[in-house]
Design a protein around this ligand. Sequence first.
Ligand SMILES: Cc1ncc(COP(=O)(O)O)c(C=O)c1O
Length: 349
Amino acid sequence: MSYFRENIEKMAGYEPGFQPKSTDVVKLNTNENPYPASPKVFEAIKNITPENLRRYPQPSSDSFREAAAKIFNVKSENIICTNGGDELLDMAIRAICDENRPLAYPTPTYSLYPVLAQIQNCPAIEIPFDSEFNLPAKLASAGAALTILCNPNAPSGTFISKQEIAQLSQEIKGVLLIDEAYVDFAEDNCLDLIKKHDNVIILRSMSKGYSLAGLRFGFGIANENLLAGINKTKDSYNVDAIAIAAATAAIKDQAYFKQNVEKVKAERKRLTAELTELGFEVMPSRTNFVFAKSVKTRAIDIYDKLKENNIYVRYWAYPDIKDNLRISIGTPEQNNKLIGELKKITAQG
Ligand SMILES: Cc1ncc(COP(=O)(O)O)c(C=O)c1O
């Protein structure tokens, strides 16, 4: 006899990228920002008092919502704060999907989506991207209660234009969640779609552009009615007091954030050129990682050899992406180490 629901019994669970114990490695496998968060974040953490921790935190992270509302030119009521962007995905799927109300998304994409669908026991309609990662036409007519579009997409790093997404939000019947976890590194975003389309919710993360992956803080931006429904699935105190203080300090320091993003983008350009020079086919990235197809040497062999040299990148053995490596953008020094090793590996063939 199993203790678990049938769908839980059958599923494998999400597999996060490897977290090496040693810090003396070049870790380019989970799309963390290579630079530390704003010094203001650490000041805010230092200023936490015993009283702040004795009490429960603000249930809706109001300090953060007020600060973010000013930056994004929306009302606080248009923002919901979550324990990482991942929690927003989980809440939206729990609020919207069930056995008769499917989830749809193009593939390949963030591998957490099917896992959340399995937990919720809702059908997952997967619609493949073409080789250039254009928006699949069939997504609009899939008949899903919730459609997730990761834009820029992971692991491809590619970007679909706001015009095309606006069209999609008009055509679909259900809710469209645009996962913009990586949008801080792109030139455009879909934020203003929430003003015209009451079925659109934007996901944002503090893990990538703001260097706070360890803090666990994300947020959603949408029409108030849509948020009211999703809010019903929220834990009463889903984000802790330290996270609220730190994330608020980070989002307020836009100058520091923009400077870091520019540094990552400059290295993205350089790494893309170097990888292309080495014979990789690199998708145009609008994120803090690149998706590189290895034409000559097997991607798994490169992954293994890099690992032997304490350089970690991400590899998936799935048939559609098994020739690719996803490489997070590191500091110039980290990227130099990676390029140096890749030169040796590709020379060996
Ligand atoms: C596409 C995508 N969406 C959402 C997230 C969630 O980010 P977090 O929960 O760290 O805010 C990630 C994290 O890697 C991601 O890759």
